[in-house]
Design a protein around this ligand. Sequence first.
Ligand SMILES: *Cc1c(COP(=O)(O)O)cnc(C)c1O
Length: 387
Amino acid sequence: MSPVRAEIVVDLAAIRHNVRRLRALVAPAAVMTVVKADGYGHGAVESARAAREGGAEWLGVATIDEALELRAAGDTGRVLAWLGVPGEDYAAAVAADVDVTAYTLAELGEIRDGVAAAGRPARLQLKVDTGLSRGGSTVADWPTLVTEAHAGEARGDWQVTGVWSHFACSDEPAHPANDAQEAAFLDALAAAEAAGLRPEVRHLANSAAAILRPGARFDVVRCGLASYGLDPAPGETPPDLGLRPAMTVRARLALDKAVDAGAGVSYGHTWHAERPTTLGLVPVGYGDGVPRHAGNTAEVLVAGRRRPVRGRICMDQLVVDLDGDRPGAGAQAVLFGPGVHGEPTAQDWAEACGTISYEIVTRIGGRMQRHHVDTDTPTDTPSEEAP
Ligand SMILES: *Cc1c(COP(=O)(O)O)cnc(C)c1O
């Protein structure tokens, strides 16, 4: 086996812990752990398992394929999928007991075809657009959608199990859109009830709203980012929430070297050494999902200190300034992690790159190996050993 060049280590104990924390916070509401996009880069199946162990009553995904992957891995609990396209395999979703979401009458028609093919009724949720202007029924179309959904329920095509919506600005608690969306959601719920629907669950909140907006918790909260231990609303979230980032990204230096004052570093020579220094070559780049925007701005922990990235990020490698130290080829370089050993966090990388931590963890990967540890199991020690 070739030596580990770079790896992503995911601590399932952290996910389990975070889901437990979120459940305690939002009770009596239930928790839906969102594991779309391969569990925000943490591994969908492994993250889902840890979330269930932490008490997640629901799992949420974007696509039906993602839901079916969870079923294939043995998950038998409640799963909601919410992003269909025409021609979607609703029969497979219905057969797998996945809750599907409809935004439109056309989708109701496709789901009815899936029900006929599967030979059993669907579990159907209806999404209303309360102001994000993304997925969901318009408020104008909502009365017709709920009427048709009720007619389908009466025919035995499905059971309407949920009514839900999604916030645009939940990471800004004072934003007026939050109140407006919550009011629109209450109106939509009233219209659904007037049409005869009695859904099992009503849900509106993602991580930030689940944490910051108790009135928006309804029956279930859909938590993605916070489940992975990252802060969905930096500067707003109470620091005592006790979430633990689950992902560590680390590599081994391919090389260290001394350079003279004036040396230009990496493509385009966007950085020059002001004085003689030493450089470390970290063998990961944008081909592994390291953002190119991190050039000359992010930091990497090497030999006990945070080392600034110098020059541009390349496809396969990046250069850090070791400021005279020579830790040697093979030394550990931690790009980001929980932050408890002095390493930067995904949030630090997000700020360095002008993005959000969601994007940092979800895009990292490429050729890196990813493995899962469980620090609730005494023999697993993710952040100390060299990769
Ligand atoms: C991704 C997503 C979530 C999770 O959002 P977080 O901010 O990560 O908690 C919840 N609901 C919907 C509809 C989503 O697309």
